[in-house]
Design a protein around this ligand. Structure first.
Ligand code: XIL
Length: 334
């Protein structure tokens, strides 16, 4: 065999098949563009935006299934699973939800909207999408326990539990996740732990915690990543890494002038990805899925976050859709 002959090499998800699923977030407008990579390297797909409230439920009596249907049928036809993302969030919400008939909405009406939203979506994909990020980012990053959102204001603290109950009712077989970021930080981790512990105690149907994992080449500490996984595993829930990417910029680095990543940045990124996947393998008894938030560096949400219009290179494939060196490091599981 010639060195590097691709057909003889394992793909990323084959390499990890005995540990966990390997996923990528993608929207249907880029699915064809990435098809070759996704077909080969990923066995789990998360719709990046197509299942979000504003896209899938733009008007009170209107659901737009086009994008979500396309992703789900592509995934199922190619033997991949789908992580449904996300039923309830404070972002990407259409205006109609909180301003029906131009007067402030009451708890009961909002609960009915939430119930309809969750039940319609979860039941449509019953048997096809069996994992849901039910509630996304509901906890505070500074003071207080809950993030202050309109869901909390109008419904009250039990809105999270209600959301999980509606989802379970709509599909008793689905695995239901609470998904959040910053859990590597002690305070936020305490809140996530308490939320899940409380829900389990009250028999609210929560099956797992999603760790978003939007990291960068300097952050976080590997020990904090381990501690977070260990902590949630004590709750007896499953863990999914739901949105992994490793920016080449420190969070406070506002530079906008780079047109290619530097050698040092790529080196650090390789090391970071390698160490992180090593940790995930170490905890594969509780981790079922590791999903990257994108496919290749030609498009990433980080091109507009945290610095708008600043190119980033956080993924395993480059801007020409070629495997970066980091892919080989991640595949090296000796
Ligand atoms: C991001 C998408 O990638 C962008 O395309 C969109 O404009 C904003 O949302 N945490 C989440 C994801 O849970 O849904 C977000 O996705 C990234 C942060």
């Amino acid at each position: 065999m010639k060195t590097g002959q691709r057909s003889e090499l394992k793909s990323l998800c084959e390499q990890y098949s005995k540990f966990f699923y390997i996923g990528a977030a993608v929207d249907c407008d880029r699915m064809d563009h990435y098809k070759a990579i996704i077909d080969r390297h990923f066995n789990s797909i998360t719709p990046e935006n197509s299942m979000k409230f504003n896209v899938i439920h733009p008007e009170a009596d209107e659901f737009d299934w086009q994008g979500a249907d396309a992703i789900v049928s592509y995934a199922l036809n190619s033997g991949k699973i789908v992580r449904g993302h996300t039923l309830l969030w404070h972002q990407q919400l259409p205006n109609w939800v909180f301003s029906s008939e131009n007067h402030p909405i009451c708890r009961e009406s909002l609960l009915r909207i939430m119930e309809k939203h969750i039940c319609e979506i979860v039941s449509r994909y019953k048997g096809k999408v069996n994992i849901w990020d039910v509630v996304n980012e509901a906890l505070s990053d500074d003071i207080g326990f809950f993030r202050s959102t309109s869901w909390l204001d109008v419904i009250g603290e039990d809105y999270i539990k209600k959301a999980f109950c509606f989802a379970r009712e709509a599909n008793p077989d689905a695995k239901l996740f609470y998904n959040d970021f910053n859990g590597n930080k002690k305070d936020k981790q305490d809140r996530i732990f308490e939320l899940i512990r409380g829900m389990k105690k009250e028999n609210v149907p929560v099956d797992g915690v999603g760790i978003q994992a939007h990291y960068n080449i300097f952050y976080p500490e590997l020990d904090d990543i381990k501690r977070e996984i260990e902590r949630y595993s004590k709750l007896g829930v499953r863990i999914h890494i739901t949105e992994l990417d490793i920016s080449v910029f420190d969070f406070s680095d506002g530079r906008k002038d780079m047109i290619i990543p530097s050698y040092e940045q790529l080196q650090r990124q390789e090391e970071m990805y390698y160490r992180i996947f090593e940790i995930y393998r170490q905890y594969n008894d509780v981790i079922d899925n590791v999903t990257l938030w994108g496919v290749a560096d030609d498009y990433t949400w980080l091109d507009n976050y945290p610095v708008s219009g600043r190119k980033d290179w956080p993924l395993l494939f480059d801007e020409q859709l070629k495997a970066k060196n980091v892919l080989n490091r991640v595949m090296d599981i000796r």
